[in-house]
Design a binder for this molecule. Structure first.
Ligand SMILES: [Zn+2]
Length: 285
């Protein structure tokens, strides 16, 4: 996969809207895939935009959704979300889900299938049933197509179970595939699930871009990170040492692996790709 280093002519797309504010070290390209790590403060909200489908992976916290995520989606003219993926039942991932369900039409909800006995989980489930939304747990290694040639490959076998006592390890994790591009989306996986994924699909892990586990937590398995071996690593979090990322995570990705590091706080990260080349950079929220 070639990371773009030359200027490309932009066509009419949301890139045009953001081009003036794009602060990548390379140039935006004319892409069929746009991925945004939306700055929602502490939390995940990842938007996948293709020519045919809108996918939202997590919603950030309840107290940030009105001022960050919903205005961002409105700005992109989004009214319908085909797939709402709720990776696990923590407040910084599903806190905004109820308001998203109330504010947009939703095609299908995908969850990790655990059923914690807490009010946030019940609130989200009630919103799903009140709006008569289909909801299911994706299958291990299922391909979820978000375009005819772009798909998510679900790689955490523990979805739909309580195999790990820590909810983070039961997170929906996926590899986004688009021709030569691979982006590993790790949600909040910790060591136990990383080790298991490494043992199961080690040779399939190498990816161009890595959405770093658990906001840059130090709870990582070095073999797992080194197998992914990304050229670019994107954090839901602030630049180290200001924010959450652990110095150990910054070191293994930035020094040992040699990836370029990007943070979505204070500015949303945008990735764009045509399946041959890709660009990464920050845009204004
Ligand atoms: Zn989290």
């Amino acid at each position: 996969m070639i990371r773009i280093i030359l200027a490309f002519i932009l066509s009419l797309s949301m890139q045009t809207l953001f081009a003036a504010n794009y602060a990548g070290k390379n140039q935006l390209i004319n892409s069929a895939l746009e991925v945004y790590l939306v700055n929602v403060g502490h939390g995940d909200a990842i938007l996948l935009k293709t020519e045919s489908k809108i996918t939202l992976i997590d919603t950030g916290k309840a107290d940030a959704v009105e001022t960050t995520l919903i205005p961002f989606l409105n700005r992109l003219g989004i009214t319908h979300i085909d797939y709402l993926i709720l990776t696990h039942n923590h407040t910084d991932h599903i806190g905004g889900a109820k308001r998203i369900i109330e504010s947009f039409s939703i095609g299908e909800v995908l969850t990790n299938g655990t059923k914690p006995n807490d009010s946030l989980y019940r609130e989200v489930q009630t919103a799903i049933s009140d709006h008569h939304l289909p909801s299911r747990v994706p299958s291990y290694r299922e391909k979820l197509f978000v375009s005819k040639d772009i798909w998510l490959d679900f790689v955490n076998k523990e979805m739909g179970s309580y195999s790990f006592k820590d909810e983070n390890n039961n997170s929906i994790a996926s590899i986004l595939n688009y021709n030569k591009l691979k982006i590993f989306l790790a949600s909040d996986l910790e060591q136990a699930s990383q080790k298991k994924i490494f043992s199961q699909i080690k040779t399939e892990l190498p990816s161009d871009i890595y959405k770093v586990q658990h906001h840059g937590s130090k709870k990582f398995d070095p073999d797992f990170i080194k197998a992914i071996n990304p050229k670019d690593a994107v954090f839901s979090g602030k630049i180290y040492p200001i924010g959450f990322p652990s110095s150990k995570t910054v070191k293994i990705l930035g020094k040992d692996v040699g990836a370029r590091l990007y943070y979505n706080d204070p500015q949303t990260i945008m990735i764009s790709s045509d399946g041959e080349k890709y660009s990464v950079g920050n845009i204004q929220n």
